[in-house]
Design a protein around this ligand. Structure first.
Ligand SMILES: Cc1cc2nc3c(=O)[nH]c(=O)nc-3n(C[C@H](O)[C@H](O)[C@H](O)COP(=O)(O)O)c2cc1C
Length: 365
């Protein structure tokens, strides 16, 4: 069977694979542009997208906003006309401005999760940029699609379902994960049926994409058989030369075994999946100590400087366990011991650093 094309409105990806956005600094222009050139959809993460810029230390927010277009233009220069977009987390500081900057930069698509992107249609307006919410349950899909239809008389251009095997922040409580893994296929079918109602209502097609633990061709075929129009894959692309992360970050994946990947606590209030290291040990020990002897909460790892990554109402500097930006930046700034190294449950399967082309050749063969 040849993999079908993925059509999102007037956009057509030759290969139905979206490369998932990975912040901070894991999916930038090099990875996203190469994926787009191979016929997939390349996604840059907006999370602290300007961290390599000289002005970042002084003015992180402004620098991030200015770097969005610079990174997209760079990706376009070698994407061979392929489809490119951004992942913007709803929890981001100045979410509205970040979304507007991606639209002004000329993003083909915006994928938005880590919260419910209730006002995304309003921010995109009449621009040609296609929009997708990330949902982990039919409940979340219902809330978003009902709200968009009622408030904006429009629907999603596509929907990304993120399951419990994904990397980064998860849309499930830690205690729900095992059950969610068992029930995910049923949930996908329910979400697809629900999306169909909106396809009929708006006389359109809304492709549904599955993310989380997709690794090989048989995984892709499984989700296509369930009724999905494509998949989103992130962790597998970390094991490529083009992944924007430095080599010592990729090395952690080469060395990791299945037993080295666990859920960890995050200031975002959602569990995140990451590779064990000194950082996760410190956080786990700190959380256990609080449980054993509740004390007035202070960060487990003292916070040097606020880099304005999360909306301030979501991040209380006095009670969060650590600064998420600092932890993610450590992992791409050669301090991988004290860095938060997000990974999907398949991270241990990266055994070599290959190329995006080799992965696409294998998956499309
Ligand atoms: C290192 C890493 C960073 C990630 N960062 C983000 C992010 O900034 N925003 C987001 O919505 N998802 C993020 N994700 C989730 C991915 O976009 C993707 O949906 C998910 O990891 C898919 O599962 P897979 O990694 O098993 O393929 C991240 C995942 C990883 C592994």
């Amino acid at each position: 069977m040849k993999l079908p094309e993925l059509k999102i409105g007037d956009l057509t990806a030759k290969v139905p694979i979206i490369q998932g956005g990975m912040g901070i600094g894991i999916s930038l222009n090099r990875l996203a542009g190469t994926v787009a050139a191979q016929g997939g959809i390349g996604i840059l993460s907006t999370a602290q997208i300007g961290y390599q810029e000289e002005k970042f230390e002084r003015a992180s927010v402004r620098t991030n906003l200015q770097t969005i277009k610079k990174q997209l233009d760079k990706a376009r220069s070698f994407a061979k006309g392929g489809i490119l977009g951004f992942n913007v987390m709803v929890a981001s500081f100045r979410y509205d401005d970040v979304v507007r900057a991606t639209v002004e930069a000329g993003a083909d698509v915006i994928i938005s999760g880590a919260g419910l992107p209730m006002n995304l249609p309003e921010l995109v307006g009449n621009a040609k940029t296609k929009i997708a919410p990330i949902v982990s349950s039919v409940k979340a899909a219902k809330i978003i699609l009902r709200n968009w239809a009622k408030k904006y008389n429009r629907t999603a251009d596509f929907v990304v379902i993120e399951g419990p095997k994904a990397g980064g922040h998860l849309g499930f409580k830690a205690s729900e994960i095992d059950q969610a893994i068992i029930g995910m296929d049923d949930e996908i079918v329910k979400i697809i049926a629900h999306v169909k109602e909106y396809e009929e209502k708006f006389n359109t097609t809304i492709p549904v994409i599955f993310a989380g633990g997709v690794w090989d061709r048989s995984d892709i075929e499984h989700y296509l058989d369930l009724g999905c129009s494509g998949v989103q894959m992130a962790t597998r692309f970390i094991g490529t030369q083009e992944c924007d992360a430095p080599d010592d970050f990729k090395d952690r994946f080469l060395k990791a075994t299945e037993d080295d990947i666990h859920l960890t606590t995050s200031p975002v209030g959602l569990p995140g999946r990451a590779i064990d290291n000194k950082f996760t040990e410190t956080i786990t020990a700190g959380v256990d100590a609080y449980k054993a002897q509740p004390a007035p909460k202070t960060p487990i790892i003292p916070i040097a400087k606020c880099l304005n990554c999360l909306q301030h109402k979501l991040c209380d500097r006095k009670t969060i366990p650590y600064c998420i930006s600092e932890a993610l930046l450590n992992s791409v700034e050669h301090n991988t011991d004290m860095g938060l190294i997000f990974s999907g449950s398949n991270g241990y399967r990266i055994n070599e650093i290959t190329t995006v082309k080799a992965i696409f050749d294998e998956l499309t063969a």
